[in-house]
Design a protein around this ligand. Structure first.
Ligand code: GTP
Ligand code: MG
Length: 370
């Protein structure tokens, strides 16, 4: 049920908390300022104190923001979005890096991924592939917890000299829970102690059956270090994507997800956004979590400014008034007023939930009275 703290109710009416408490006391209810009351009681108090009450339901504020259906004829093919997962040091960053032919590893502190990057590359079979480099599985889980489904395909990197390890198993269960197909990349096959056959059999225990063992999971033996079979991996991704028949409407207002966000000293809040439907354009008014802004610039993975970002396209977005959080869903809205309404509502929700948790209250006033 909807609840509010007495403090927050007083704030919204611009009344003193103590006056609200007195009024409740006159009705025979004893309360502290931090107590939580239910929406009906709050409405009675507000009316009694001469305020007009407008109860705003989530369904009103968030109405039509996400997941409004597209007409079949507006759908166009879009690139697959691929997340690379696997155990620590199995070569996730090296592999992605080898694919991009840029040197990210050497620039990272201790060779450990500092944050999520998103990049696009061209497949030898044609078309683009979007990669998201996760720093671990936490980001994937956090996004799923926020209802954001960003990944179409998981590339599971397993080092051939190390085999299936705890985070390999974790990645498998994440992918299965999200219903996302896995492509196995058996990495480090250049190593003298590489045992790719062992990896294949170990995977069977976790219900991942690769093609060469009669299953339907695509597998590729690769070496990130020697740049072996990277084309084969991209081909496997493109084939898997064809099976998934990925489509989106590029014409509609954009929807997407924040992959990472930070506060940059010079540029202000910077968010890497993966566009999932529609096209994001400079000048659009966007909301993400409790932040909003007008898109001032879009920067692609090559560092180039662009005016539009279509489905499956990752771009750095400048113009947010504060840094949103990874996993926040992004939507374009028609006006600043609407953006303010949505973000203020979400902000209030967040504060109230925190207050409810803080007060330790679990039961509503009604429960306590009965
Ligand atoms: P975390 O981000 O820390 O989880 O690691 P990661 O999975 O991104 O692994 P990373 O790419 O940092 O590689 C770990 C180590 O394995 C580095 O020393 C790489 O040079 C090495 N490595 C990666 N791929 C290969 C490969 O194909 N062959 C060999 N011989 N070494 C590799
Ligand atoms: Mg890494």
């Amino acid at each position: 049920p909807e609840t509010i703290t007495i403090q927050e109710l007083a704030n919204r009416m611009s009344e003193r908390g103590v006056d609200v408490i007195k009024l409740l006391m006159r009705q025979g209810q004893m309360h502290k300022i931090t107590d939580v009351i239910d929406a009906d009681t709050a409405e009675l108090i507000a009316t009694e104190m001469g305020h007009t009450v407008k109860r705003v339901a989530e369904s009103d504020v968030e109405e039509g923001l996400f997941d409004t259906p597209d007409a079949e004829e507006t759908l166009q093919p879009r690139p697959p979005v691929v997340t690379i997962m696997g155990h620590v040091d199995h070569g996730k960053t090296s592999l992605l890096d080898a694919i991009r032919r840029a040197n990210v590893v050497s620039g990272e502190a201790g060779g450990i991924t500092q944050h999520i990057g998103a990049y696009q590359v061209t497949s030898p079979l044609g078309g683009l592939v979007t990669f998201i480099d996760t720093p671990g599985h936490a980001a994937f889980t956090a996004m799923r917890a926020r209802g954001a489904k960003v990944t179409d395909i998981v590339v599971l990197v397993v080092a051939a000299d190390d085999g299936v390890m705890p985070q390999t198993i974790e990645a498998i269960s994440h992918a299965k829970a999200a219903g996302v197909p896995i492509i196995v990349a058996i990495n480090k096959i250049d190593k003298p102690d590489a045992k790719p056959e062992r990896v294949r059999t170990e995977l069977l225990q976790y219900e991942v059956q690769v093609e060469s063992l009669g299953g339907d999971t695509l597998e590729v033996e690769v070496s990130a270090k020697q740049k072996l079979n990277l084309d084969k991996l991209l081909e496997a991704i493109t084939l898997q994507a064809e099976v998934l028949d990925l489509k989106a409407d590029p014409e509609r207002a954009a929807e997407g997800t924040v992959i990472e966000a930070r506060l940059d000293r010079g540029r202000g809040p910077v968010a890497t956004v993966l566009v999932q439907r529609g096209t994001l354009s400079v000048g659009n008014i966007i909301v993400a979590g409790s932040q909003w802004g007008r898109v001032r610039a879009l920067i692609d993975d090559q560092g180039q400014n662009c005016v539009h970002a279509g489905p499956s396209f990752p771009a750095e977005v400048l113009g947010f008034n504060g840094a949103p959080e990874a996993g926040d869903r992004v939507a374009v809205v028609e006006s600043e007023a609407r953006a303010r309404e949505i973000t203020e509502y979400r902000d209030r929700q967040k504060r109230e939930q925190a207050a409810v948790r803080g007060s330790g209250a679990r039961s509503s006033l009604v429960d306590m009275m009965s």
